[in-house]
Design a protein around this ligand. Sequence first.
Ligand SMILES: *[C@@H]1O[C@H](CO)[C@@H](O)[C@H](O)[C@H]1NC(C)=O
Length: 257
Amino acid sequence: MAKQYNWLLISLATLLLLVNIEAEEPEEKLAIPTQFPYQVFIDVALKSDNSKWVPKCSGTIISKSAIVTTASCLDTEFDLALIYFGAVNISNAFEIGQTRMEVERKYFEVHEEYNPVTLSNNIAIIKLPFELEFNEYVQAVSLPSKEDLGHYVGQEMIIAGWHQIATKQKLSVWAVLKFVAKVVVVDLIVEAVKWVGNKVIELLADEGSPITMHKDNVNVAVGMYSNSKAKSKLSHFVNFIKFLSWIKKRVSDVRIQ
Ligand SMILES: *[C@@H]1O[C@H](CO)[C@@H](O)[C@H](O)[C@H]1NC(C)=O
């Protein structure tokens, strides 16, 4: 009897918690295939033990031969990355549209002024050893130009993730891509910085999850989420505008909006 009573209390508490979360937070939705063709997932492994893949972070396709992600994603002892393209359910190797590519560390290019303590310049590029074939499941994003930022007021910014961060593996049941969206009211960058400090984003996004806008049928990535251990809220957001010339120097066929 007592046991049943306890169980009832716990259920009630859970229900109240859920109602509460729903009231306060933006709605999180399941992604559908082709919805985020520019977002990839990255597992990492040691060459010496390449059967043990560790779920690590997200990345963004910026050209047929380059992915951008955070430096903190690649700044580890791992020397192999397994990149999932065109995926929604990363547990399903037979998912239509999904392809995978194994890439060695020599193709990683971490920002030379990346500081693992302050997490400044937390950006890296993976140059792909094979060119991607673009289709409805796999596409590059455009990067914004500084002049263009004002044009996104009134549009939705979107962030998606599998939430498979290695340090939180007990939460890694979410093998399916999910997303949340929020309308930009006044200033895209200011609002994005604030938004990614939000608890909901922390529970949904992967390190390296892009923050994107969809405008005139083009996906534009304004920055990415950095699951920073640093105290500063600013370091949760890596602003792509700040790194445009760094990226352009390394990836010649990047698209600027
Ligand atoms: C994801 O794929 C796995 C393996 O095929 C499957 O067992 C699981 O049900 C899928 N999850 C969803 C939500 O479709």
